[in-house]
Design a protein around this ligand. Structure first.
Ligand SMILES: [Zn+2]
Length: 264
């Protein structure tokens, strides 16, 4: 079943952050990819968060055209980021399918020890620098500490994943030269501040993502999200920015290629 009439195909999109490696999606990858292609979401980063998630991200990147891997340990999983996990991660980073380190960062919403989170974050920052890869940042209720850590380590290449702060914070990230990635959160009725954030980011630093299976955009809020729905994030963001949606789609693909693949 085609979702679009052939003449109405939207411009292709790049989902900068998705978790086809999550149990909710992993066992149906061909179906989700088929649907993504119907929505013209032809490229995506499958993002890891722990050992199993990273292995799956790499496996999918090797198996499917258009999938790249980002690997790392998310804040919640940092208690498992032991010496053996660190060694495995570094080995995996040498793989050509890897386009970033993450997701990593700080999350003060849950109760994972902040010191353990910080040690893992700093370790991954240094790994990213060593392999000249962007760091994919997970920040929840921790702006000041994340900002301070990134500047302390003089990080030049970073992507702020699923931005959910203020316009002032978006501007601060952009001024460091980082990419700011917008998810379904930007489509939520109450997320006016997040949309103001989008306006504060230069067009050539904007990315779009789903964070599937989480954060399904309006009109699917609360459902299991999937990469194809990047389309709705672009539609909504284009409206916010007063832009043609295809122009924005093309710009974000260009940005994603520059950020992750090293070419426009
Ligand atoms: Zn994520």
């Amino acid at each position: 079943m085609a979702i679009y009439h052939p003449n109405e195909q939207p411009a292709p999109t790049y989902d900068a952050h998705t978790h086809l490696n999550d149990d909710k999606l992993y066992f149906d990858v061909p179906a989700y990819l088929g649907r993504a292609h119907e929505f013209q979401v032809l490229e995506m980063n499958v993002v890891g968060y722990n050992r199993e998630g990273n292995r799956r991200a790499l496996e999918l990147a090797h198996q499917y055209e258009g999938i790249a891997a980002v690997i790392g340990f998310q804040p919640e999983d940092t208690p498992d980021f032991d010496d053996s996990a660190r060694a495995e991660l570094e080995e995996q980073l040498k793989d050509a399918a890897v386009v970033g380190v993450g997701e990593t960062g700080l999350d003060y919403h849950w109760d994972t020890d902040p010191n353990v989170q910080m040690a893992a974050f700093e370790y991954q920052i240094e790994l990213a620098k060593k392999y000249d890869l962007p760091v994919i940042i997970h920040n929840r209720e921790a702006f000041d500490d994340v900002y301070q850590t990134l500047t302390k380590h003089d990080v030049k290449k970073a992507v702020i994943h699923s931005f959910s702060g203020t316009a002032e914070q978006a501007k601060a990230w952009a001024e460091l030269g980082y990419y700011v990635s917008f998810s379904g959160v930007a489509t939520f009725k109450k997320a006016k501040e997040v949309r103001e954030g989008a306006k504060a980011v230069p067009l050539d630093q904007l990315l779009v993502e789903t964070d599937a299976p989480w954060l399904a955009p309006t009109p699917f809020r609360g459902k299991t999200n999937e990469p194809g729905w990047t389309k709705y994030v672009v539609d909504s963001l284009a409206e916010t920015l007063g832009m043609d949606r295809d122009e924005l789609a093309k710009q974000t693909v260009k940005n994603a290629h520059r950020a992750f693949l090293g070419h426009d």
